[in-house]
Design a protein around this ligand. Structure first.
Ligand code: 4HQ
Length: 246
C-alpha cells in the first residue's frame, strides 16, 4: 500500500509514521508514505496557500492552484489510485470503508486547513470525500493519520505475530470482551475466575457473552448489522431477559 499525503504540515506525521504498528509497517516497506508539502507548489515570495473567500466572510480558503500542482507531482499507479479529500462533509469512515480502501494500491490523501479548500478542487481532483466523525478538526492531518492507521493494519504482513485483525472489535460487528492480565487482584478487584479455569470452551462462551452484553448496553445500534450465530441469539435472549424487563 502506498499513501501520498498532501499537506502544509508534513511534520505532523513524523512520530506516527515512526512508532507502533504503522511505524513498523513503514520500516518493513509494506506501507510506503510520501509526504507532499503543498507549500512547495505555491507561487510568489510569500508562498501563500490560502486566500480570502469570494463573497466575504470570516476565515481563509485554500487556493486551488497549489493543491492542483502538488497532485500533478504525484506519480499515480494507473487505475489503482484513489484521491481522497478529508472533510466533515464526506461519508463517515468506518471499518467497512477501511476494508474497501485496503484493496487500492495507492491512496492520495488531501489535507485541508482553514475553512476548507476551494470548491473547484472538489470538482476537478477529488474522487472520494471522507470524514472521520462529526466534529471539527483544525485540519485534515489527524484524519489522514486515522485512515492510514486503520487501513495499514488490514494489509497482509502488517500485524506480525500480534493476533489477526479478524479478532478485532467491529470485524464481527461487536464490541470487545474485557481483558485481564497480572496481577490476579488489583485494587481489591479480582480477575473473573473462569479466565483462570483453563477450560477453553467455557472461556470462549464467557467472552462471547461479555461481548454481546457490552454491545447491548453501550452500542445497541451495532446489533442490527452484527454477524450473530444461533449460539449468539441464545446468549442475547438470556441477557435481554436478565436486564430488559425491570
Ligand atoms: N476537517 N474528518 C479539514 C475535519 C475533518 C473530519 C475540518 C477537515 C477542517 C479544513 N476531516 N477542514 N471531521 O474536521 O475529516
Amino acid at each position: 500500500m502506498r499513501f501520498d499525503v498532501l499537506t502544509i504540515f508534513p511534520e505532523m506525521f513524523s512520530a506516527n509514521l515512526q512508532e507502533g504498528i504503522l511505524g513498523r509497517a513503514v520500516k518493513k516497506g509494506i506501507v510506503k508514505v510520501r509526504l507532499v508539502n503543498i507549500r512547495n507548489f505555491a507561487r510568489g515570495a510569500h508562498k501563500t496557500t490560502d486566500d480570502r473567500p469570494y463573497g466575504g466572510g470570516d476565515g481563509m480558503v485554500m487556493k486551488p492552484g497549489p493543491i492542483y500542482q502538488a497532485l500533478k507531482s504525484v506519480d499515480r499507479i494507473s487505475g489503482q489510485s484513489l484521491v481522497i479529500l478529508l472533510s466533515p462533509q464526506g461519508q463517515t469512515f468506518n471499518q467497512k470503508t477501511a476494508w474497501e480502501l485496503a484493496r487500492w494500491e495507492q491512496i492520495i490523501l488531501i489535507c485541508g486547513r482553514y475553512e476548507g479548500v476551494d470548491e473547484r478542487v472538489r470538482l476537478t481532483c477529488i474522487e472520494k470525500e471522507l470524514s472521520i466523525g462529526d466534529y471539527i478538526l483544525s485540519g485534515g492531518e489527524p484524519a489522514a493519520l486515522v485512515i492510514m492507521d486503520a487501513i495499514s493494519r488490514l494489509i497482509p504482513g502488517v500485524l506480525g505475530g500480534e493476533r489477526s485483525n479478524l479478532e478485532d472489535s467491529f470485524e464481527d460487528g461487536l464490541l470487545e470482551y474485557p481483558q485481564y492480565t497480572r496481577p490476579k487482584v488489583f485494587q481489591c478487584e479480582e480477575v473473573p475466575p473462569v479466565l483462570l479455569s483453563g477450560d477453553h470452551e467455557k472461556i470462549r462462551l464467557w467472552r462471547r457473552a461479555e461481548s454481546l452484553k457490552r454491545t447491548l448496553e453501550r452500542r445497541p445500534d451495532l446489533l442490527q448489522k452484527a454477524q450473530l450465530t444461533p449460539e449468539d441469539e441464545v446468549i442475547l435472549a438470556k441477557l435481554k431477559r436478565e436486564s430488559g424487563p425491570r
